[in-house]
Every structure is written in C-alpha cells, then in structure tokens.
Design a protein around this ligand. Structure first.
Ligand code: FES
Length: 163
C-alpha cells in the first residue's frame, strides 16, 4: 500500500507521461526516485492507469539493472568488476567495500543507507579501479580511500566529491 503523498507524486508522474508513447522507462525512472525502488503497488498503479499489463512492466523492470524491485539504499554503490579495474586492484576494492559496509553484492544495509552492486565496466577505465556512489565517480581507489569516502557518506549523510 502506497502512502498518500507517494501515491500523489506517482499520479503526477503518470499524468506527465500519459500521452507519450514509449515513455515507460523514463516514467519508471522517475517513479523509482520517489520510493528508491519500484514497489509492486506502484507498478500496479502504473499498469492500471496506462493500461499496460503488469507482466510487460515486469519485463522492462527486470531487464534493466538500474531498476530495483526491493528497497534500495539511499546511497547506491557500484563497484567495477571489469578487467581494467581488476588488474589495478578492483577485487580488493570490492572486498574492502563489503567489509566496510557490511553487506555483499546485491544487498542493502538494514538502515537502507547503502546498497552494493557490481557492473562489468563503468566506462571510466582510465581511472581504474573505479566505484560510483549514486552518480558520483571515484577513481584510482585504494582501500583507505574506500573507508574514508564511505565514512564521509555515513557520518555526514551528505554526498562528498573527490578532490
Ligand atoms: S573496467 Fe572498470 S571502468 Fe572499465
């Protein structure tokens, strides 16, 4: 069951895209920003309002890794497991991330502060090893930098930028 405020926000987004063909993905992206994931009730409401079957919506949501069907952390951390990063210590960076945050890949902390995922390349190989927190890139990572950056997000709850 969606909270009334969230339901109202979702209605506004649905209305915004109601008459646009092929707008399901941007609609889902905006919907996910409301909830930090895509709850089933939100998908049902989108389907009902736009007359799109739930199975079609599920197909889109499960196809793209950027969509989440379970609660996701406020700070979504993505570590690169691509070859370019692995040869520069990416495996160690991922391990330190897991230890520092206390979760494994694909998991979210109980306080919903952090989620941890991996991808095959973040498109910034020259900065290897790389992690991304929400939309902020952090390159040439070391174990110490991981601990410092995560600690800053945790303690200030304000996104930090790399110097
Ligand atoms: S391999 Fe890591 S950013 Fe490309």
């Amino acid at each position: 069951m969606l909270e009334q405020k969230q339901s109202e926000q979702l209605s506004i987004i649905i209305d915004k895209y109601r008459k646009q063909k092929g707008a399901l993905i941007p609609l889902l992206q905006e919907a996910q920003r409301i909830f930090n994931y895509l709850p089933i009730d939100a998908l049902s409401m989108i389907g009902k309002e736009l007359k799109i079957s739930l199975s079609k919506i599920y197909g889109v949501v499960t196809f793209y890794s950027a969509f989440h069907l379970t609660p996701h952390g406020k700070y979504s951390i993505t570590a690169c497991r691509g070859t370019g990063c692995q040869v520069k210590g990416g495996k160690k960076i991922l391990q330190v991330l897991k230890e520092t945050i206390g979760i494994n890949e694909g998991e979210t902390t109980n306080d919903l502060m952090f989620s941890l995922d991996t991808v095959s390349c973040l498109g910034a190989c020259a900065l290897a090893p790389v992690i991304v927190i929400n939309k902020d890139y952090f390159g040439k990572m070391t174990a110490e930098k991981v601990k410092t950056i995560v600690g800053q997000y945790r303690s200030t709850d304000i996104p930090v930028c790399e110097p």
